[in-house]
Design a protein around this ligand. Structure first.
Ligand code: SF4
Ligand code: SF4
Length: 230
């Protein structure tokens, strides 16, 4: 009887051991799978092309409808305060007094705090005299939050343009990608860096134009030659 119990006990031990081995193998396989998945992402990044902009030596040219720092023209403003009413946070401060003699508003000051502005563009849209406009200026970082409160003088300053700054190399967004590809990660690994720099595009246009000029000149010369043979 005791021999039968011992045999049954050893059988259970063996089964338990085999179950443990099976579990361990399963875990090892799934761990290896996760490892391969992770390495797959890593190796996938190795064949992707860099899309880094060497800021501040290179800067992306903002899109035409970019909503950057607001420009304000004091002379055009009629102090109607529409911009204040349409602003989600009633942000613009229009400082005016009523001239009792002329019975007209006299504008004293105008300010927008870019520390609170959400650049929604409502004020620009609804201003009846178009004295507000959104510029492409996006570098508004400051050490003091209060210095982001622009008065009419600061708001009247013309924006700095990426393309007119000689110390900056302007880059068009995704300028280095071939036609039709919007995601740099989709490019085949062996494809050489496609797209052209603005300087290359200008050079090509110049070559093309000079070729066209040459063609035009030669076509003008042909009738002359014909005339001379007649
Ligand atoms: S852009 Fe929007 S949040 Fe900023 S001042 Fe104009 S309306 Fe207000
Ligand atoms: S809506 Fe235009 S004109 Fe009227 S107060 Fe504002 S900025 Fe001036």
């Amino acid at each position: 009887m005791s021999n039968v119990n011992e045999a049954a006990g050893s059988k259970f031990n063996m089964l338990g051991f085999l179950e443990k081995v099976a579990d361990y193998t399963k875990e090892a396989v799934s761990a290896a799978k996760y490892l391969v998945d992770g390495l797959g992402v890593t190796f996938d990044h190795m064949r992707r092309r860099p899309v880094t902009v060497q800021y501040p030596y290179e800067k992306l040219i903002p899109s035409e409808r970019y909503r950057g720092r607001i420009h304000y023209e004091f002379d055009k403003c009629i102090a109607c305060e529409v911009c204040v009413r349409v602003c989600p946070i009633n942000l613009p401060v229009v400082d005016w007094v009523m001239n009792k003699e002329t019975k007209k508003k006299e504008l004293r000051n105008y300010s927008i705090d870019f520390g609170a502005c959400i650049f929604c563009g409502n004020c620009v849209e609804y201003c009846p005299t178009n004295c507000l406009s959104m510029t492409e200026e996006y570098e508004l970082a400051a050490f003091d939050r209060h210095s982001l409160n622009y008065d009419n003088v600061a708001l009247g300053r013309l924006p700095t343009s990426v393309t007119s700054d000689p110390s900056v190399r302007p880059l068009r967004e995704l300028a280095y990608l071939p036609d039709g590809i919007m995601d740099p990660h989709e490019l085949p690994a062996k494809q050489k860096r496609a797209g052209k720099l603005p300087s290359q595009i200008i050079k090509e246009l110049q070559v093309k134009k000079s070729q066209e000029d040459e063609d035009n000149n030669s076509s003008e010369m042909v009738p002359n030659n014909l005339n001379s043979t007649n």
